[in-house]
Design a protein around this ligand. Sequence first.
Ligand SMILES: [Zn+2]
Length: 104
Amino acid sequence: MKEGVGIWRCVSCRVGFFPKPLLCPRCHGDKFESDRVCEAVVEEVSVIRHMLGQEDWQPRRIASVRTSDGQLMTVGLRDQSEPGTTIELFEEGSAPFGQAKAAR
Ligand SMILES: [Zn+2]
């Protein structure tokens, strides 16, 4: 498990993107460096209840989230977080996941 999820940041204007654009829509730069973002707010949750060809499928929750840096991305949810919840982001393999920030 790796903390945060990868995004791309325009080298000239520093705006972050996900997925990586061909050209920065803001400054038309074409150089990007990888960066990571660790926090997001859940905007929408959907549940995948069936998957064709899968017998023992367990319902999975996926969420459309807005990262603290402004990107919109889809992640797998590891808990029962609802829209409005601030979650922390992490990667397993290359897949992005999120779960509610642990109360501290
Ligand atoms: Zn730019």
